[in-house]
Design a protein around this ligand. Structure first.
Ligand SMILES: Nc1ncnc2c1ncn2[C@@H]1O[C@H](COP(=O)(O)OP(=O)(O)OP(=O)(O)O)[C@@H](O)[C@H]1O
Ligand SMILES: [Mg+2]
Length: 634
């Protein structure tokens, strides 16, 4: 029989004495809470000079820590690289072959593309011999030097971007993404409504019960807080047992059980209220969370809780649902150790949020928002859209963002962001035992101030038949530290991809205006909508619209067939997308004023729950003035 200490779950007067070590631990925890400081371990972490998305310097010297002159010299001395140089004899030869390959002129593929799968990465790197001039030549439409991008990604990188090498990520002013300051405010001892107390209207003298109430934020960095849909952390693997008294509450809690955030939690709902709970736990251990509904008044509720305390295990959290809005009752409940008090009728999300917050650490970083981007079929542009979307969130909304390229074998995020990190997503996914926040920090490569990348290795030396939960740990770690996580999901239908889609905060489905795309996107849309009844519906983007000579399904018909509005329609623009793709740039970097770049900015605002940044209204002559300015530049 498991060891149990009765009466310790609720902090009740007259309950049995606790052990000395228990009391000391509780005193220390309480002192920390009162001082508003995290525990020692947390403080140690928070003090580290570089945090996500920049990462921290590697703990052990490895490939990542050798970046710089010495590292480059070492790499260039590597026998594999020397061999590759010898076999291809420099850039020009390679340039012709690659250009021909891209333009489809039928010139034979270079021999290295036919090598064994495991060697492909080595060969691409072995081409390192180019110069930065190659990039401007591509932009100018001169002979394409794609090989030079494949050769020397390090040299092409924008200022400060170094794959696999961390550098301090903290902005110069020391600010990082953080939630508005929340301080403990003292509530008045007199009677009043709970709403008043939570609004801060029931302020009173010090000495009464501390209630968390938001006060005016001070010295906040320029961060726009997400609006609209609330972000609720998924619950950990806990057991919740609810004892209700009314059908309305039973219904709400039962509905919560099928919510995606409760996937890991085990929830059991029954009628009978507190008496049934006392009876049930007389001979059985209590779960992680007990939910009790009370229809009675203050005295009845408190005496029932006193009874429950005699059978409640230590560590069990109690969430009370009552029908009275009474601040004195609220204080009494908090004093007795009740974790949360909700007033019926309750909404499904209210309940999930309350349960979720029971396990959120005080002072923890705000939770990240996961945005999964998937294509209705291969090649529809889902990765391109994921990368541009992430870039827009990072750049236009100044929000720390990470792109996770989950197309482990063929991912293009590294190419699109002109990065060639030695490590990336595969190290996180294939080594779940080693996975922690430090490792993830080290795997991130920095693309710009607010944007980091977990790149795919693009190697074929191992297959990617992952388990259903293989990516969960990585996403959980990222969620704890980065506000926006864009998941570039490959066009595959397996357990982990499905799970990621279902469990993401936002879903973007990308389709092209053809029949196969329409069928697939409709299937995906319907499945995800029904699997996530309490969430924002997937957003559908129609891409590559207006491809010359291709018969297309009209946007209106497409939307009607799916039964949803289209979130965006992106035109087919071979020159713009081709240039961006070949140069390792984003659309907004190639053509900042293009309609397509604007669409990405609006989309970024929508998926992160922000208001779209307002731009000043232009005058009538603005189009002519900007045209004139463009002419002058050219
Ligand atoms: N609107 C567009 N106009 C022209 N070209 C586009 C457009 N959108 C994407 N592309 C191009 O289409 C190609 C495929 O894009 P991308 O790799 O993003 O597709 P994907 O759906 O991720 O493919 P996969 O199924 O292989 O993962 C890229 O070369 C990209 O530049
Ligand atoms: Mg892709």
């Amino acid at each position: 029989m498991p060891h149990r200490r009765r009466g310790h779950g609720l902090d009740l007067s007259g309950r049995p004495a606790r052990s000395a070590s228990d009391r000391a631990g509780e005193r220390a925890a309480r002192a920390r809470r009162l001082r508003g400081r995290p525990a020692r371990r947390q403080r140690a972490r928070a003090c580290r000079p570089c945090r996500l998305p920049g990462g921290v310097p590697p703990l052990r010297p490895g490939p990542a820590s050798r970046a710089g002159a010495q590292g480059r010299a070492e790499r260039s001395r590597h026998p594999c690289r020397r061999r590759a140089h010898q076999s291809y004899g420099g850039g020009p030869h390679r340039a012709v072959d690659l250009r021909a390959r891209r333009s489809g002129t039928g010139v034979a593929d270079p021999p290295e593309l036919h090598e064994a799968p495991g060697e492909s990465r080595l060969d691409l790197r072995a081409l390192a011999a180019g110069s930065r001039r190659g990039r401007s030549r591509v932009l100018d439409g001169e002979p394409a030097l794609l090989e030079s991008r494949l050769r020397h990604p390090v040299e092409f990188r924008r200022a400060g971007c170094r794959p696999g090498r961390s550098r301090p990520r903290t902005p110069a002013d020391g600010t990082r993404y953080r939630a508005p300051d929340v301080q403990h405010r003292e509530a008045s001892p007199g009677p009043g409504s709970l709403d008043e107390l939570q609004d801060g209207r029931a302020d009173g003298p010090p000495g009464s019960v501390g209630v968390s109430a938001p006060v005016e934020p001070r010295n906040l960095p320029d961060v726009v807080e997400p609006q609209g849909e609330r972000i609720i952390a998924p619950l950990p693997r806990i057991t919740i047992q609810a004892f209700c008294e009314t059908p309305g509450v039973v219904e709400a809690i039962s509905a919560a059980a099928s919510d995606r955030r409760m996937q890991k939690a085990h929830l059991k709902v029954q009628m009978g209220g507190a008496p049934a709970a006392v009876e049930a736990y007389r001979h059985n251990p209590t779960p992680n969370v007990i939910v009790l509904e009370f229809q009675g008044d203050r005295t009845g509720i408190l005496s029932s809780l006193d009874q429950l305390s005699t059978v409640c295990d230590a560590g069990t959290k109690v969430l009370v649902i009552g029908h009275v809005n009474d601040v004195v009752l609220y204080r009494e409940l908090m004093r007795r150790g009740v974790s949360e008090y909700l007033i019926a009728p309750i909404q499904v999300l209210d309940f999930i949020q309350a349960a979720s917050e029971l396990f959120a650490m005080p002072g923890a970083e705000p939770l990240g928002r996961t945005i999964a981007v998937a294509g209705a079929k291969g090649g529809v542009g889902s990765s391109t859209i994921a990368h541009n979307l992430a870039w827009a969130v990072a750049k236009s909304l100044s929000t720390q963002t990470v792109v996770v390229d989950l197309d482990i074998a063929f991912g293009t995020a590294g190419l699109d962001f002109n990065q060639d990190p030695p490590q990336g997503v595969s190290e996180a996914v294939f080594a779940p035992d080693r996975l922690d926040a430090n490792l993830v920090d080290r795997l991130l490569s920095r693309c710009s101030d607010n944007l980091s990348l977990l790149a795919a290795p693009a190697m074929l030396d191992r297959t990617t038949d992952l388990s259903e939960t293989a990516v969960d740990g990585l996403v959980d770690i990222l969620r704890n530290s980065i506000p926006t996580i864009v998941l570039d999901i490959p066009h595959t239908w397996n357990a982990w991809a499905r799970r990621l889609l279902v469990s993401s905060d936002e879903i973007v489905l990308v389709a092209t205006p053809d029949l196969a795309s329409l069928r697939n996107v409709k299937n995906l849309y319907d499945l995800l909508k029904s699997a996530r009844p309490n969430d924002q519906k997937p957003r559908v983007i129609l891409n590559q619209v207006g491809l010359p000579k291709r018969p297309e399904i009209g946007a209106a018909d497409f939307a009607k067939a799916i039964g949803a509005d289209l979130a965006a329609i992106l035109p087919f623009d071979a020159a713009l997308f081709g240039t961006a793709s070949n140069n390792g740039q984003m659309i907004a970097e190639v053509q900042p004023s293009s309609k397509t770049a604007e669409i990405f900015t609006s989309l970024a605002a929508a998926v992160t729950g922000r208001m779209e940044p307002r731009r000043p209204r232009g005058g009538l002559l603005d189009p002519f003035i900007s045209k004139l300015a463009r002419r002058k530049v050219s």
